[in-house]
Write a protein that binds this ligand. Structure first.
Ligand SMILES: N[C@@H](CCC(=O)N[C@@H](CS)C(=O)NCC(=O)O)C(=O)O
Length: 277
């Protein structure tokens, strides 16, 4: 029995060396963060020795770097990282400043990021990457198994949140029209959350992460940090939306968000640049 377990462990190790991904034998799954990411890169181990000799197997995510070379502020890359995390997939993070992008990324993808490289299969656009991950690594499913009318309603109710919050955050002076538009989109979102069959459900479509949560949570992280920083009086008005408050509290406090978030200083740095501060 012991020998069989050891053989299974070795087989799993070799499988990981070949694929860059873990199989469920070695305990809880966690993502591997790259340079300067919020999680420390695991210490060298037998696993590292195996993977060091492997060819191009494994997953890498090329994403915006911050000024210190670590993971920069990008809600779209954050969505991909959430999907990876929820699925328990290991992925090397490769933060890239404009001058650090690999030649193939510039030549084949106009340097666009985030860009996923899964053992040579490469793609850009966070939604395309997220769909690829969901269909290639279907456990847990993030699109299938959810109520379709509820999903459409959620999409409709959340569609204006990011554009309106971005406009407000970017406005240097107080802009009453921008605030009104943001509050209107928060109102639509609040109404949707409260009208669901299970209004207290922690995620948009029920009790588990869906693709929509993975797309929305990084944007609410922006609201929580950048709107609070640049327009605190407007941020205080978010308290007037109780369902939004509860949803934000849940997803922003979740283990997955905490494990994948980039530093708040990075967020302020990125949005300060976008504002031309
Ligand atoms: N529609 C794209 C947007 C991606 C995007 O805007 N990426 C920006 C940061 S949020 C970026 O990586 N900028 C750095 C660069 O292009 O060098 C997606 O969803 O993937």
């Amino acid at each position: 029995c012991g020998a069989a377990a050891a053989a299974a462990a070795v087989a799993a190790l070799l499988w990981q060396a070949a694929t860059g991904r873990r199989r469920g034998w070695d305990g809880p799954l966690r993502p591997v963060a790259g340079r300067g990411g919020p999680l420390a890169t695991p210490a060298p181990s037998a696993l590292a020795m195996f993977t060091a000799g492997a060819s191009k197997a494994g997953m890498s995510l090329y994403l915006k770097a911050g000024p210190d070379g670590g993971v920069g502020d990008c809600p779209f890359a954050h969505t991909v990282r959430l999907v990876l995390h929820v699925k328990g997939l290991d992925c090397e993070l490769q933060p890239c400043a404009p001058e650090q992008k690999p030649g193939w990324l510039v030549a084949d993808f106009e340097g666009k990021m985030p860009c996923l490289d899964d053992s040579g299969e490469r793609m850009i656009e966070s939604s395309v990457i997220a769909d690829y991950l969901d269909s290639t690594y279907p456990d847990p499913p993030l699109r299938k198994g959810f109520d379709e009318p509820l999903r459409s309603a959620a999409l409709e109710a959340t569609g204006k949140l990011f554009p309106t919050m971005a406009k407000m955050i970017k406005s240097k002076e107080f802009d009453a029209a921008a605030e009104e538009a943001l509050l209107a989109s928060l109102g639509a979102f609040d109404a949707f959350l409260g009208a669901r069959p299970a209004p207290a459900a922690p995620f948009l479509l029920g009790d588990t992460w869906s693709m929509l949560d993975c797309a929305l949570a990084p944007k609410l992280y922006v609201l929580d940090v950048a709107l609070r920083h640049f327009h605190p009086a407007t941020f205080r008005k978010v308290a007037g939306f109780p369902h939004v408050q509860r949803y934000m509290g849940h997803v922003l406090g979740s283990e997955a968000l905490q494990a994948t978030k980039y530093p708040t200083e990075m967020m302020i740095w990125g949005w300060s640049k976008a504002r031309g501060d």
